[in-house]
Design a protein around this ligand. Structure first.
Ligand SMILES: NC(=O)c1ccc[n+]([C@@H]2O[C@H](COP(=O)([O-])OP(=O)(O)OC[C@H]3O[C@@H](n4cnc5c(N)ncnc54)[C@H](OP(=O)(O)O)[C@@H]3O)[C@@H](O)[C@H]2O)c1
Length: 254
């Protein structure tokens, strides 16, 4: 295979939020394997620094909280600076992956927890897309991928707040795909079902079995399977696809 087909993101850079999490780590690794330089965002300094060492020199760790508006602006300034000083390729990709999920029935759910999820799952991706689109518009090229959820599409008992944030991000994805198409930026989403990561590890065995029994493939998904879908949408292999939500769920009925 030639380098061209093997490394479709060669010479390009991608920002991945939530890079310390299960899906985030897999997405960073997939982008690196595909030739990209990766700006890896995370708020856990010790964990991100350790991961960055193992990923090597094509990863630039960026330590910040995605809900801190000023820190997000500063992060994009850093990205621009790094690109000018080190010759890292222009920002091609943005993966809004950082996310929070709190489960609670309506009767005992807390508005504070709802707001926390809104901030991380919806408002932060919105600000990231605004700043990423400004950079990408200079090249009139770019690809944004938002991690939503099959729960946002189908609903799930005890997850109304989480579902609302993800459904809203799906709406933003479809709208911005139309808005940014004339300037060459594609905006898509990946909607995982039940994937083995920190987010789902609190499920007790019986709860996990109940979920898996509703998956046609009869197993949880792997982070690498989600990362492959993200990578496809980031790359030019999806050059005629925008405003699409790609389920990666083994056919899940939440
Ligand atoms: N796993 C699933 O079954 C599943 C299904 C559907 C959708 N998703 C979505 O997939 C995405 C990744 O989830 P995951 O499964 O990989 O879960 P995870 O392992 O818990 O990772 C979540 C990541 O988001 C980061 N994060 C949360 N709040 C943040 C903040 N304020 N600032 C910066 N980073 C923040 C976490 O950082 P810390 O480690 O510092 O908290 C962590 O790196 C999320 O958007 C989630 O909703 C997951």
């Amino acid at each position: 295979m030639t380098l061209g087909s093997d490394a479709p993101l060669k010479g390009k850079s991608v920002l991945v939020t939530g890079a310390t999490g299960g899906l985030g780590q897999a997405i960073v690794s997939r982008c690196l394997a595909g030739g990209a330089t990766v700006f890896a965002g995370g708020r856990n300094e010790a964990k991100l620094t350790q991961l960055a060492k193992s990923w090597g020199e094509k990863v630039v760790p960026l330590i910040y909280d995605v809900t801190d508006e000023r820190a997000v602006k500063e992060t994009f300034r850093q990205i621009q600076k790094q690109q000018m000083q080190t010759g890292i390729g222009p920002l091609w990709g943005m993966v809004n992956n950082a996310g929070l999920m709190f489960e609670a029935p309506l009767s005992i759910s807390s508005l504070d927890k709802f707001k926390e999820q809104l901030n991380v799952n919806l408002l932060a991706p919105y600000q990231h897309m605004q700043l990423a689109a400004r950079l990408m518009s200079r090249q009139r090229k770019g690809s944004i991928v938002n991690i939503v959820s099959q729960v946002g599409e189908h609903g799930s008992s005890g997850m109304s707040a989480y579902a609302a944030t993800k459904a809203a991000l799906t709406g933003v994805t479809k709208s911005l795909a139309k808005e940014l198409a004339p300037i060459g930026i594609r905006v898509n989403a990946v909607a995982p079902g039940f994937i083995d990561t920190h987010l789902t590890e609190h499920y007790e065995e019986h709860a996990r079995e109940a979920v898996v029994s509703r998956i046609a493939f009869q197993r949880a998904g792997m982070a690498s399977e989600v990362a492959n879908a993200v990578f496809y949408l980031l790359s030019d292999q999806a050059s005629y696809t925008s405003g699409h939500v790609l389920p990666v769920d083994g056919i899940f009925s939440p």
